[in-house]
Write a protein that binds this ligand. Structure first.
Ligand SMILES: [Zn+2]
Length: 192
């Protein structure tokens, strides 16, 4: 029996490494390195890697804020040949899910999220569910963070270095993500 009570740290690391493979593939394409896998009772059911962050004049003029790794994995889950029981699934993401992805995960019925590193700029998993309507409040979601955190951060910094080399100038940490706000707290990433 493989249930969430009996899930071990070694299981989490094993599946997070598969999510990291997805993030690495995204990085190879120049995309923001985030990967995700959804696992049901020890079996990988679907996977996704971030797309839509590479601009291509005439084809993509705007960074996609929808094609996140978690959303792509959830979409792939819909066509999984094996019957899916969302409550038995664990979603592994190399980065804390954003508000959009967190909402989609809640609605999907998946009850366990494991992620590698926190996103102080755009993470959505810390929102107060108790103040939300019953569908979210009673989701029973469990979150575990920090699994393979350093490995995921290494990919993140490779991405930043790659962007710096490609643009020939220091990357603006704000614009790297194509978003607004106060930017990444890099010191937090660097030294932990
Ligand atoms: Zn997201």
């Amino acid at each position: 029996m493989f249930d969430k009570e009996k899930r071990k740290r070694s299981d989490d690391e094993t599946f997070m490494r598969i999510a990291l493979d997805q993030a690495e593939k995204a990085l190879e394409k120049g995309e923001f390195p985030v990967g995700c896998v959804i696992v049901q009772e020890g079996r990988v059911m679907s996977r996704g890697g971030r797309t839509g962050t590479v601009l291509n004049t005439g084809r993509r003029n705007l960074i996609s804020e929808v094609d996140h790794a978690e959303i792509l994995a959830l979409r792939q889950l819909e066509t999984c040949p094996v019957p899916v029981v969302p409550a038995k699934c664990v979603l592994y993401s190399t980065m804390e899910p954003c508000l959009m992805c967190f909402g989609a995960i809640l609605l999907s019925g998946i009850q366990t999220i494991v992620y590698a590193f926190e996103d102080p700029m755009g993470g959505g998993s810390a929102c107060d569910l108790s103040s939300l309507p019953i569908l979210y409040k009673n989701s029973g979601i469990q979150i575990k963070k920090g699994v393979c955190r350093r490995k995921s951060l290494d990919l993140f910094f490779k991405f930043l270095i790659k962007r710096t080399i490609n643009t020939g100038r220091t990357v603006c940490w704000n614009s790297m993500y194509g978003t607004r706000g106060n930017g990444w707290r890099l010191n937090k990433y660097c030294f932990l």
